[in-house]
Write a protein that binds this ligand. Sequence first.
Ligand SMILES: [Cu+2]
Length: 309
Amino acid sequence: MLVAAGGLKFGPLHAVGYSRRVPQPTRRTGDAGGVTRSARRWGVGLLVLAPLVLSGCSLSTFGADPSPTTTGRETFHLWQGFTIGAIVVGAITLSLIIYAAIHFRAKRQHEDSVPRQTQYHLPMEITYTVIPIIIVFVLFAFTIVVENAVTALPSVSKDNTIGVQAFQWGWRFTYPGFTIVGETTQDPILEMPEDENVRIVLTSLDVVHGFYIRQFNFSRYALPGVINPFTFNAQRTGTFFGQCTQLCGLYHSLMWFRVKVVTPADYTAWLSMQQARAATLSASAAGQAVQEQTSAGVPIRPDYGGGTN
Ligand SMILES: [Cu+2]
């Protein structure tokens, strides 16, 4: 076998593998028939299984969330496509491994013989180089399209622009005219209208935090000194869970928040109510403090006794 591999040395690549083979006409004929029959069996098996697998997959979320937001849904479909692609590639690869392991296993009557050695099979090498490259390019192209959609910044109204500031250990949501602050004793609520573009302008007031909403299939760093803007367009009302995903200190695990998607009418009413309330409270410094502490309808911040990390 090593002698055959010694073709490394130099002859025409495609000829080497065959040049050292001992002619075995009878056996080869038998093998060729076996290959054809087996290949046909595998082919039929794959053809039968593929539609079943694919139809099953098209219904599956593969553990991701279909997402209420338009971009989250695109990410979700990307995830589905990638997973189905991985299953198909995995199934083909596994089938070939199993086929080779069974069909070319050592047979008792030829225990000492070396199987036919095939090397430098140029067409095959080109095939298994080109196919993965095509796969990578296809995945890359779909990823670029979805990423562009996720990072797009369409124009939004002033009322739909919300500042989000992460800090140790909570979230501050800044709306036109008022602010909502939540900390570790409660989950602040990020309210937004349904079926409208909403701009989130994300940053951090201290260390690196992570702004993550699982059901939106969305995550972004909240970085001190950096502003990360992005857009959501939620297609249904509801309340969704969010949390910090960067270990940012002692109470990182309590940095939760909620996203509440309401109808545009409800959002406008809520916004007006909060703005009126803020205007009243901001008449005094004490009122400002009360506003910040209670605007999320939650208890006042406990004293953690200092410490920054
Ligand atoms: Cu954090």
